[in-house]
Design a protein around this ligand. Structure first.
Ligand code: FAD
Length: 410
């Protein structure tokens, strides 16, 4: 059985669903293939803590009813310190959010086919012209978008991405009740998203408590499986053991219990993207990969990449003679670097350096953050080298030397 569309999107995550929403709104004939069955959607793909910021909600018209809790602060924590920044945010119910994107996309005219697993691209004369799904079924389109997250069956087959295990961050989280968000000796986590740098619990990564109202919170951790992780990891411990160790030893969880069935896990690659498009094809979201290396914020960046791909495809499909050649679609790569993740290279380096630092250095970092003004912090977070230098000490020289050696080895 064959079908023909203007655009085929593989994967109904934030990136693919947003791309389909935008294309449908522009009047294009778009179909989204999603591997999970609709009755259970999202099941395995319900993976995200879904902490985000008002700019995402307003840019993409996301309604309040998918927000579990509006937050006021972002808190950074180290083993013996913390830093509080007044910054409004929102913790979404990720499953409701994904279902909303599908519903709204359909209202705009996009077609969704659930329980439909895309397996490979169909090419003619080196150009992508469609996809094979559910075994031998085929769908043809002027432009094909891989938005399947790290699975990336199309982008991998086309050699558009090379996702490396060394750069794969893995994460797990539980939704919990009975969490003490106002515990003595810690920052007040009421209506806050807290990220903790502490190798005891997340070697080579970070852990988090995102308040979801009352005594409930999302509690999780993630780490990259790289040198920093190997240096700080304990023998025989896997990611679930680290989360359990945190739950067993942090007094804020003394009376806490897991909410049944509410466990989220997944992975994302943290590496520099290469090419993101070729003839008739674009890769978006975590397939590229697009998640922010430093703090794992992927929803907003993935939505932006879906929008950049839709804008590029729209331009190609509106030409008098449709042209989705690699040259035309490379505009998407430019938009990605300009609008989606402008300082990705610096942020990647900052991430590798940050996760190499010791717990003692994390305590110092909290003190440094409290001493610096808000503008410098924003600039450092945006990758401004001068602002980052203000966070470094003379005592960091051995760390920087090691970092430089590891970068050269890469
Ligand atoms: C534990 C964890 C916590 C996170 N917390 C946050 C956070 O707090 N804030 C934030 O902004 N980001 C967070 N992220 C990152 C964010 O969730 C991701 O960056 C984002 O979901 C990626 O969107 P995507 O659309 O690219 O891919 P995905 O969300 O992975 O969606 C891909 C979709 O494709 C489908 N699919 C896969 N293979 C196929 C196939 N072969 N055929 C058809 N369909 C297929 C999947 O079922 C899925 O629905 C977190 C990630 C993890 C793992």
């Amino acid at each position: 059985m064959t079908d023909r569309f203007d655009a085929v999107v593989a994967g109904a995550g934030p990136a693919g669903a947003q791309c389909a929403r935008d294309l449908a709104r522009r009047g294009h004939d778009v179909v989204v293939f999603e591997t999970e069955p609709e009755e259970e959607f999202p099941r395995q793909s319900n993976k995200s803590t879904a902490g985000t910021f008002p700019s995402m909600l307003s840019s993409f018209g996301i309604p309040d009813d998918v927000v579990m809790n509006y937050t006021d602060d972002v808190v950074l924590e180290s083993p013996n310190g913390h830093f509080v920044r007044d910054q409004p945010g929102a913790v979404l119910e990720f499953a409701d959010f994904k279902r909303y994107l599908v519903r709204d996309g359909r209202e705009q005219g996009a077609e969704y086919r659930f329980d439909s697993r895309v397996s490979k691209p169909i090419t003619e004369n080196g150009e992508v012209v469609g996809v094979r799904y559910d075994g031998d079924r085929e769908a043809y389109a002027d432009v094909v978008v891989d938005a399947t997250g790290p699975a990336a069956p199309l982008a991998k087959a086309l050699d558009v991405v090379d996702l490396e295990r060394e750069n794969q961050a893995i994460g797990v989280e539980y939704e919990m009740e009975g969490v003490d968000v106002e515990a003595d000796g810690y920052a007040d986590l009421t209506d806050a998203m807290m990220l903790r740098l502490d190798h005891e619990y997340a070697p080579g990564g970070y852990s988090w408590i995102f308040h979801t109202g009352g005594d409930t919170a999302k509690v999780g951790l993630c780490y990259l499986q790289n040198e920093a992780h190997r240096e700080y990891a304990r023998d025989g411990m896997g990611i679930d053991d680290y989360l359990q160790h945190w739950l067993d030893t942090d007094p804020r969880f003394a009376d806490a219990e897991r909410i049944e069935g509410e466990v989220h896990r997944g992975s994302a690659h943290v590496q520099l993207p290469g090419e993101m498009s070729t003839d008739g094809f674009m890769a978006v979201g975590d397939t590229v990969p697009t998640v922010d290396p430093l703090w794992g914020e992927g929803i907003h960046t993935c939505m932006k990449s879906g929008r950049a791909a839709a804008a590029t495809a729209d331009r190609c499909l509106m030409l008098e003679e449709v042209d989705t050649s690699a040259e035309r679609l490379s505009v998407y790569d430019d938009l990605w670097h300009r609008d989606v993740a402008p300082s990705v290279r610096t942020r990647l380096l900052m991430t590798r350096l940050l996760y190499l630092a010791s717990n003692e250095r994390y305590d110092e970092l909290m003190a440094d953050l409290s001493r610096l003004d808000g503008d410098t912090l924003s600039e450092a977070n945006d990758g401004n080298p001068r602002a980052i230098l203000r966070l470094l000490h003379l005592g960091d020289l051995p760390l920087l030397a090691r970092f430089a050696r590891e970068q050269l080895a890469r």
